[in-house]
Each structure stands twice: as structure tokens, then as C-alpha cells.
Design a binder for this molecule. Structure first.
Ligand SMILES: Nc1nc2c(ncn2[C@@H]2O[C@@H]3COP(=O)(O)O[C@H]4[C@@H](O)[C@H](n5cnc6c(=O)[nH]c(N)nc65)O[C@@H]4COP(=O)(O)O[C@H]3[C@H]2O)c(=O)[nH]1
Length: 739
């Protein structure tokens, strides 16, 4: 139909009344019905949406909320009014905005999408949301979306995932059992540690792992704790599938349900073999000697301490045996430390083989061993007899030849024994006594057993007291110098030997033989030696002013320790300078022990001393290990024949020959020679006849204080070096106190 015709029809009044109007009315009615239907559907939809337990929202294409239900408002914490003024982008976390845009695009393109997002509540909480969105083009395009809070579910899943990953990856073995104690799950670490795969143990009880090392009472106690406290933790020995028994650290926990009923037991354990080994190693290092595996000093002291307390309670006698291998150092130095070590191991084994298992054999260090015997007997006599027997057996065993790496070696022990009963003596004192007895065994010629002797202890104690006093001697100005004249063949005084004396306020005059060895051992000799040198130089300086004394040469004893000091030469130089003394008036008497050490160093020092003009004499010559080899290297001015040879020259042909030889040697090396300890005319006569032209001894004078010495010199030589030394008024000299 043409457009004009239709227009005509529609505009015709008749048509309008009979056809169009009813039609319009019909259409209106139908539309109203449709509208009503639609309205009721909307109502239904609204009701459904608002009563839904899930959240629901509608947004426009840009995400502005157009509608939200109560469930969503409750979920997110905003009111409906607030949300209708917000966009979805404000209700999600910042990190989610990009994802939301992507989801929107997908929904626009595909009509719908399910996705997961993170909403941020008004109070800041973050919720994991599962969203199901649909697109409608109505109203310019809208998104309808049902949302559900799945935060808890996700957290549970995550926790489970984590637990699963822990279960599978953890280093500890995990074993889960049901309430009847049947294994229901094990993790891979369980298989690694025990050797059992899960299908080999599931359905079985954990008894399959038991080592049999623990008594049933141990397991009863474990279960008692597990049932009462809900858990048990401890160390336990179990057995691997391959039969190996190993220690593990185990925690068992009972898992209960809401009613408090145990639903599972979870056992978590780790293999502590390595840890125990390391602990043992540390313990061994701390308490055992690494070479011989014997207890070390620390453990020994502890054991002695306990033994003394026990003895105080049960009144049993015990003993401490201190032993040291004779000349072990020589073996170590000659055969090497490896052989030394082998010997010590063998010694340890031999001692152990001859004592009871309960006795403690310990190594103190070096070649020193100690055996502690406990509870030998309540009778002192019986205990001593028994210990003497064992000690002798040990001695004999240790003195038997050793075969060390193919070399046969002979070595013997010196053994000191100290008995004890009760705990009145300290551990230290006991060991010291045994040690002292051991030294007595050494003094008795080695390879011997000696019991502690109180007299010996007395000697040691008085020596210690002497040392303590000696420490105060130099600062307390208690030392004195005595002078013993040295004369030439015409008896003219050539000089003197300075000999130290100690004037102790209580002990009186102490002779050097008593205190010099103590000083040597305690290094006090350095102080004493320095004092002597200083005093000697001061005396020489004083004599410089006296015409009759000016030419005196003063001999001073120098100990090996003193000479070894790196600055010895400097000290001598400084002393001669500071006192303004001509060094040629000072003669240092060295003993053979000085040169025994480092010959090159000794020679260098001697040369340096000679360079400044100091004279050098070899004291006690003939006594030591004098050898021509070193003698010719030493820049000596004089040899001093030891008084022990001089003493018997008139009666003992050996000594006479020896003295003759020394005199010849000195002459050959162009050295002076002086004899000490000349007491008789016969000795003097022999010496003179054999070419010894200088003397020192009681025949001329005992060592005397300086005044007396000066007096004697002046009497004997009114003019310097012209008259003979007028001697001997020996009876007078001998009456000097303290000489
Ligand atoms: N029987 C006998 N003895 C005689 C005779 N003539 C001298 N004597 C003694 O023999 C010792 C000689 O000194 P020495 O061999 O150096 O032996 C010295 C020396 O080794 C050491 N000594 C003394 N003073 C010192 C010192 O200042 N420093 C050091 N390091 N040692 C010293 O002490 C040792 C002993 O000194 P003294 O008791 O003074 O003993 C002195 C002296 O009194 C004699 O005719 N008959």
C-alpha cells in the first residue's frame, strides 16, 4: 500500500471510531496486561534478589552501582545508599581494579563470566568473593552479578594446601594413626628415615618400628602421658627397615574432635643419629684425649673428686698412680712424633690391660698418665700391698720392648703412687704428691715405683718457701757480694771472683748452693744475675779510685739463662758505661751449659762481649760435655779447672791426668788457665809444675766481704802488684760466719 493511502485510512474519522479506537484500546489493554505481568515479575525478581543469601548488585557499564541487595550491603559493610553513590571499583582492593576491568570486558563480550575477586569492606577487611556476572543491554547496558563470600573456604583450602605441602616436603617424618593406633598416613620423609614405603605400613601399628631397646615400662609411661596430657616428646631408639637401630626425636600428639574424642594421633620425628654423633664428639673432645681415647685431665679430676667423696663415706682406701715414660723426649726427637704417638697409644693399652675396668686410666698430656684406683680395701696395709703389686705389674709391662712401625724401642716408666682415704686432701694435693713420688722414682734411677714420702713433701714445701722468700731478696736488698781472691804463680792477687750471698732476716746467711738452683728454676736468676753484675761493676768503679785495687779483675758468674737473654750484651755494655768501668776489669765466668744450646748465637754474643773488652772464662771446665769441637770456636780468655779435679790431683792419677790435659789444651788454644778449689800446698805444687799459673782456693782465702778482701789485698801488696798475697791465715778466715 502507498503511504498516501495509509495516511488517508488512518485519518478517516470512521475508521478511527470503528477500527482504530478499539484496536488502540485493545493494544493499551494488552500493554497494561504485559506491564502488569512485567511488574509482577520485577517484584518477584526484586523479592528474590533482596531475600537472597548471596549478595547481588547491578552496575552500569562503568561500574556504578544501580542496585544492591541487603546481603551484599551486609557483606561489604556499606549501606545501600552509600553503595548507590559508589562504583564497584571503590569496593574492590586497589590491586583488583585491573582485573575487574578485564572481567567487565569479558562479560560485555561473552554475556556472562564467573570470576573471583577481592572486595574491601568499609572497615578495611578484605574478602575473597566469588562473582557470577551477566550482561544485559537494557538501560544502556547493565551488569547483574551475584556474589558470594568464599574467604573462609579459600583460607581453609590454603591451610590444607599448606598442610599438604608441609606434610610432603617437611624433613621430619610424619605418621598419622587412628584411635586404634593403626597407621593411616605417612609422608615421604617417613619413608626416607625408616625405609618403609607408605603401603608397607598403612594398616599396621607403629610397633613395626620398635627397636626392642626400650623396656615395656618405657612405652607404658609414654602412653600414660599421651593419654593424660595429650602429647609425648622424647628421644627413642627405633629400627629401620634394614634392621639398623637409630635414635630419633619424637613428638606424638593426640588430635581431638569437638567432643574431645581422640580422632587421630600424629607422630612427628626426626633422625638424630648425626646430632648424637656430634654431641658425642664434643663430649669426647671435652673429656677424652684424642690420641689414646683415654679420659683427659678434666675428666680425671672430676673422677678423683667423686672418688674422694665416696671414700669419705665408705672409708675405703684408694690410690693415684702418676706415671711418666723415661726419656720419652729422646724417642720423640730421634724417631719422630709419629713414633712417639704410637708409643703413647701402646702405653695406654698396656696400662689398661693391667688394671680393672673400673679403674680410671687417664692421660694428662705428653707422656704423663694417671691411674685412679678406687675402693681397694678398708685396710691401709692391704690397700698399699695391692697397689704396690699392680704398680709393679704396670711398670714391668711398660718396660717391655715396644715394636713401633717395625722399629724395636726400649722405654720404661717412672711411677709415683699416693694413697688416699677420705676427702681431707684436695684433688690437687693428691696429684701433686703422686707427681712428687714419680720424681723420686726418677731420681732413684728411673724404671721404678715409689710411694709418696712425707719427708720428700717437706723438702718440696721448704723449697717453695725458699723461692717465695727469694722473690723478695733483690727488692729487699738482702743480697751481698763476697770476694774470693785469685792469685798468680807468685801469689800476687790478680783479682777476685764475686760470689753472691743472701743475708736473709730470719734464715741468716744463705749460700748460693742452696738458692741458685731455686733461682735457676724460677727464672729469678735473671734478677739475681743482674743485681750481681750491677754490684760487681759498682765495686770495680770504686776500686778504680784506689791505686792498690785499680788493676783487680773481677770474675762474675753468669747463668745460662742470663746469657741467653737477647739483650745480655747490651746490658753488660750499659752497666760498664753507667758505672764508668773499664770492661777489661770484668771477667764473665760462663759454664758449659751456656754453650750447649745455640753455639752460633753464643759465639756471636761472646765476640760482641770481647769487642767491648770484657774477659771470658769457662767455669767448672772438665765437668760437662766439653768438646774440642766447640771449644776451639769459642773466643775464651781462660779455662777454669773445676775444683773436683783439683781436689784429688795429688792422690788420684785420673784426676791428675785430666788436669794436665786441661792445662795443655788451654796452652794449645792460647788461653789462660786457672785452678779453683786449691786447698793444699801439694795441689798448688802439682799445678805449678804442670804449668797452671793462676789459682783460687781456700789455700789463699775463702770468699770474704769487700772490706776484708781489700784489707787482705792491701796487706799482701803494699805496692800495686809487687808483693805476694800473704796467705794463709786460714784459721782466721775459716772463722768468718756464714762462709
Ligand atoms: N771446698 C772448697 N770450695 C771452694 C774453694 N775455693 C772456692 N770454693 C767455693 O767454690 C765455689 C766457686 O764458685 P763456682 O764454681 O763459680 O760455683 C758457684 C757458682 O756456680 C754459684 N754462684 C755463686 N755466686 C753466683 C752468682 O753471682 N751468680 C751465679 N749465677 N752463680 C753463682 O754458686 C756456686 C757456689 O758458690 P760458693 O758457695 O760461693 O762456692 C764457691 C767458693 O766458695 C776451696 O778451696 N774449697
Amino acid at each position: 500500500m502507498a503511504d498516501g493511502a495509509l495516511l488517508l485510512i488512518l485519518t478517516s474519522p470512521m475508521l478511527y471510531v470503528f477500527l482504530f479506537r478499539p484496536l488502540v484500546v485493545h493494544i493499551h489493554a494488552r500493554n497494561r496486561a504485559v506491564e502488569a505481568l512485567q511488574k509482577s515479575k520485577e517484584e518477584q525478581f526484586k523479592a528474590m534478589v533482596h531475600t537472597s543469601l548471596d549478595g547481588f548488585w547491578i552496575t552500569d557499564r562503568l561500574g556504578h552501582f544501580l542496585e544492591v541487595n541487603d546481603a551484599y550491603c551486609q557483606l561489604i559493610g556499606y549501606s545501600r545508599e552509600e553503595l548507590l553513590n559508589m562504583s564497584l571499583y571503590e569496593a574492590v582492593t586497589l590491586e583488583e581494579t585491573r582485573a575487574i576491568k578485564r572481567h567487565f570486558r569479558n562479560v560485555f563480550e561473552n554475556g556472562s563470566e564467573r570470576f573471583e575477586t577481592r572486595n574491601q569492606c568499609k572497615d578495611g577487611r578484605i574478602l575473597t568473593i566469588e562473582a557470577s556476572a551477566n550482561y544485559s543491554s537494557a538501560g544502556g547496558g547493565q551488569l547483574y552479578c551475584f556474589v558470594r563470600d568464599i574467604t573462609e573456604r579459600r583460607e581453609r583450602e590454603e591451610a590444607l594446601r599448606l598442610a599438604g605441602s608441609v606434610f610432603n616436603n617437611v624433613e621430619e617424618a610424619v605418621m598419622v594413626t587412628d584411635p586404634k593406633n593403626q597407621i593411616i598416613a605417612v609422608n615421604p620423609a617417613f619413608t626416607t628415615i625408616t625405609g618403609y614405603a607408605s603401603d608397607e605400613v598403612i594398616g599396621k601399628t607403629p610397633r613395626i618400628l620398635a627397636s626392642g631397646k626400650h623396656p615395656s615400662a618405657f612405652y607404658r609411661e609414654m602412653w600414660r602421658q599421651l593419654l593424660n596430657m595429650g602429647s609425648w616428646t622424647g628421644e627413642i631408639w627405633d629400627k629401620r627397615k634394614n634392621g639398623e637401630i637409630y635414635p630419633k626425636w619424637l613428638t606424638i600428639s593426640a588430635v581431638k574432635d569437638e567432643q574431645g574424642e581422640t580422632v587421630e594421633y600424629v607422630a612427628i620425628f626426626s633422625d638424630i643419629t648425626e646430632r648424637k654423633r656430634a654431641e658425642e664428639e664434643i663430649l669426647n673432645l671435652a673429656f677424652y684425649d684424642s690420641l689414646t681415647k683415654l679420659p683427659n685431665r678434666r675428666l680425671l679430676l672430676d673422677r678423683i673428686h667423686t672418688a674422694l667423696s665416696m671414700s669419705a663415706r665408705n672409708h675405703y682406701f684408694g690410690a693415684v698412680l702418676f706415671l711418666d715414660m723415661d726419656r720419652f723426649k729422646v724417642l720423640n726427637d730421634t724417631l719422630g712424633h709419629d713414633h712417639g704417638d704410637l708409643l703413647l697409644i701402646e702405653v695406654a693399652q698396656r696400662i689398661q690391660a693391667h688394671v680393672r675396668e673400673v679403674d680410671t686410666v687417664a692421660r694428662l698430656g705428653g707422656d704423663e698418665f694417671v691411674v685412679l684406683f678406687e675402693e681397694i680395701s678398708t685396710s691401709a696395709d692391704e690397700a698399699t700391698q695391692k697397689v704396690a703389686l699392680i704398680a709393679e705389674k704396670v711398670r714391668a709391662a711398660l718396660a717391655a720392648p715396644y715394636s713401633l712401625d717395625g722399629h724395636e724401642h726400649h722405654c720404661s716408666p717412672s711411677i709415683g703412687v699416693c694413697m688416699y682415704c677420705g676427702n681431707e686432701e684436695s684433688v690437687d694435693a693428691l696429684l701433686k704428691r703422686a707427681d712428687m713420688a714419680m720424681y723420686q722414682a726418677k731420681d732413684a734411677g728411673r724404671n721404678a715405683v715409689r710411694f709418696f714420702d712425707p719427708v720428700m713433701q717437706q723438702a718440696v714445701e721448704s723449697r717453695a718457701a725458699l723461692e717465695a722468700d727469694l722473690r723478695r731478696a733483690v727488692p729487699g736488698q738482702q743480697l751481698r757480694l763476697y770476694y774470693q781472691v785469685q792469685v798468680g804463680d807468685d801469689h800476687r792477687p790478680l783479682g777476685a771472683e764475686a760470689l753472691v750471698r743472701w743475708e736473709h732476716p730470719v734464715r741468716g746467711m744463705v749460700m748460693p748452693a742452696q738458692f741458685i738452683p731455686v733461682a735457676e728454676e724460677s727464672s729469678l736468676i735473671l734478677d739475681v744475675g743482674h743485681w750481681v753484675l750491677d754490684a760487681a761493676c759498682r765495686q770495680l768503679a770504686a776500686w778504680e779510685k784506689n791505686a792498690q785495687m785499680r788493676n783487680m779483675v773481677l770474675a762474675v758468674n753468669v747463668s745460662a739463662q742470663q746469657f741467653r737473654m737477647h739483650d745480655f750484651v747490651e746490658k753488660v755494655t750499659a752497666l760498664t758505661h753507667s758505672h764508668g768501668v773499664n770492661p777489661a776489669r770484668l771477667k764473665l765466668e760462663l759454664t758449659e751449659s751456656v754453650v750447649l744450646n745455640d753455639v752460633a748465637d753464643v759465639v756471636a754474643k761472646m765476640r760482641a762481649l770481647k769487642e767491648i773488652g770484657v774477659k771470658l772464662s769457662m767455669d767448672d771446665f772438665g765437668m760437662g760435655y766439653s768438646s774440642l769441637a766447640y771449644l776451639k770456636q769459642l773466643p775464651l780468655d781462660q779455662l777454669k779447672i773445676d775444683q773436683s779435679f783439683v781436689r784429688n790431683i795429688a792422690t788420684d792419677s785420673n784426676d791428675a791426668v785430666m788436669v794436665q790435659a786441661i792445662i795443655d789444651m788451654a796452652q794449645n788454644f792460647r788461653m789462660e788457665v786457672i785452678a779453683e778449689g786449691v786447698e793444699t800446698e801439694a795441689q798448688l805444687d802439682f799445678l805449678k809444675r804442670n804449668g797452671c799459673l793462676a789459682y783460687q782456693g781456700y789455700l789463699f782465702s775463702k770468699p770474704v766481704p769487700v772490706d776484708e778482701f781489700e784489707q787482705n789485698v792491701m796487706i799482701s801488696s803494699p805496692e800495686p802488684q809487687t808483693a805476694n798475697f800473704q796467705l794463709p791465715p786460714l784459721v782466721q778466715l775459716a772463722s768468718q760466719p756464714g762462709l
